[in-house]
Design a binder for this molecule. Structure first.
Ligand SMILES: *[C@@H]1O[C@H](CO)[C@@H](O)[C@H](O)[C@H]1NC(C)=O
Length: 472
């Protein structure tokens, strides 16, 4: 069982710290006031009305909001509110753009109805009867998103019935509204909460819930009853809270030990107080660039006129899509595009990563590739561009002439006869070393070289050697 008074004490310290340390100016913010259309009989139609409203933010009741009055004249005076936020979360620079800037932080207010929760990990908070009189007031929930797209704040505020003087009772901030992570790395999803120490609700404990949500899939990642110090059963592995930081500083950040593709999606951090809850939703995207490999590698020697089939395999990347292309860099150092090749469809591996390939038909006669160069496969992905290269060697002569071919046949025949002769003489004279045998072949080569000038041709030599050993 954890003593909730630590939170209480620290809140006071934080409170004093903020009052003294915050030299920031608090904004006057335009917000959408969104509520369900009255008189619709509470159906599931979800019809809402949207009105502009104005919030004068301040950190204590005495101070005036530093921002000057808004010029907006289209705001109904009954929708102008004063909001006291001792935590100063709403006075963050990211929520307070310079005057006249086009970009504005996003903000929405909704009426809020305090009610007990029946969730297993929250129910303990409202076990004891609380002062329901305190709850009889005007409650708002509001959400704010900073200009940097990284700060999100959600608040629950209370105003005595009929007044427009709101006081923030619970606020949650996240500084990681949009997170990108490589595969396998630890990820921290930030979520910090603050409770007004003067509220009677602060003494009765809190609960934390992390949910995951993505298209059609939602699950509980982690739920913690801070009053009974109890974690709810979940099947999620590798997700942690730092309980010390949670109780001492209201730091409810979720740590995912090792990012996996299936972790991509929306995460909702919900903080419960008795009868109240506030939440922030953040996006996590796992972005992993591909690994590339080219087949065949190394490339076989190419003869002009020959068509080589190259395949570039990109694997282990997420998310889709991937763009693949080919480049050639000749001996002159100039690069040029060889097009995108033929892309295959993508396949998904067990770990959720994708693979895809591109096939290139490299027609050495159509393209002016000279004596060769470097062929590069380029894969452009959200996680970065990756490249893989192979060296292309085009043999610098035209295909064998008829004379060459005839010479080859002739040579092969001569050699055949020669080897037959040699092996015949070996069997006759008993043991001779292989060394001697090779020497004989060598001398016959020398003889042939002298006899036929066509043997400068390396290919002919290759074929010659080949046939020589075949015959054996
Ligand atoms: C909260 O905890 C997380 C992880 O434990 C840490 O990365 C983060 O900096 C903490 N935030 C604050 C405001 O202390």
């Amino acid at each position: 069982m954890t003593d909730f008074s630590t939170i209480y004490k620290l809140s006071i310290i934080a409170f004093i710290g903020f009052i003294q340390g915050c030299s920031c100016t608090c904004p006057v913010m335009e917000c959408w006031f969104v509520q369900e259309k009255p008189g619709r009989g509470g159906g599931l139609t979800g019809a809402t009305t949207q009105e502009k409203s104005l919030l004068h933010i301040r950190t204590d009741k005495q101070s005036e909001a530093a921002g000057s009055q808004s010029d907006a004249t289209d705001i109904d005076p009954s929708r102008v509110y004063a909001v006291t936020d001792p935590s100063a979360n709403l006075c963050h620079a990211s929520l307070n753009p310079p005057r006249g800037s086009i970009q504005k932080p996003q903000c929405e207010i909704n009426p809020f109805l305090p009610q007990p929760s029946s969730l297993k990990w929250v129910a303990s908070l409202t076990e004891s009867a609380l002062s329901p009189v305190y709850l009889q007031a005007d409650w708002f929930s509001a959400s704010f998103q900073g200009l940097d797209q990284q700060l999100g704040v959600s608040t629950i505020s209370r105003a005595p019935t009929g007044t427009k003087e709101h006081h923030v009772i619970l606020s949650i901030t996240s500084r990681t509204m949009s997170v990108k992570s490589r595969l396998g790395e630890p990820v921290t999803l930030d979520c910090n909460f603050w409770v007004d120490p003067s509220t009677p609700l602060s003494a009765s404990g809190f609960a934390v819930e992390w949910r995951y949500q993505t298209r059609g899939d939602g699950r509980l990642i982690l739920a913690y009853d801070g009053k009974l110090d109890r974690l709810a059963d979940t099947h999620e592995t590798g997700a942690f809270l730092d309980f010390e930081a949670l109780h001492e500083r209201g730091n409810a950040s979720l740590v995912l030990e090792e990012a996996k593709v299936r972790h991509s999606g929306t995460y909702i951090c919900t903080i419960y107080l008795p009868y109240l809850l506030a939440q922030v939703a953040m996006e996590l995207e796992i972005v992993e660039p591909p690994s590339l490999s080219i087949h065949p590698s190394p490339l076989p020697l190419a003869v002009p006129g020959q068509t080589l089939n190259l395949q570039c395999e990109a694997s282990g990347f997420a998310p889709l899509p991937l763009e693949m292309s080919w480049e050639f860099k000749g001996a002159d150092g100039k690069s040029r595009s060889l097009g995108s090749g033929r892309m295959s469809g993508h396949r998904q591996a067990w770990d959720g990563t994708y693979s895809q390939s591109s096939r290139l038909e490299l027609d050495t006669s159509k393209l002016d590739l000279g004596r060769g160069g470097e062929v590069t496969c380029v894969a452009a992905h959200a996680g970065g561009t990756r490249r893989a290269s192979v060296t292309l060697n085009v043999i610098g002569f035209s295909s064998p002439s008829i004379e060459d071919s005839m010479a080859m046949v002739g040579v092969a025949l001569v050699l055949y006869g020669l080897i037959k002769f040699v092996s015949w003489s070996f069997t006759g004279s008993g043991r001779k070393t292989v060394f001697c045998y090779l020497n004989k072949i060598k001398s016959s080569f020398t003889f042939l070289f002298a006899a036929n000038s066509n043997f400068q041709n390396p290919l002919v030599i290759l074929i010659f050697l080949f046939s020589a050993f075949r015959v054996k």
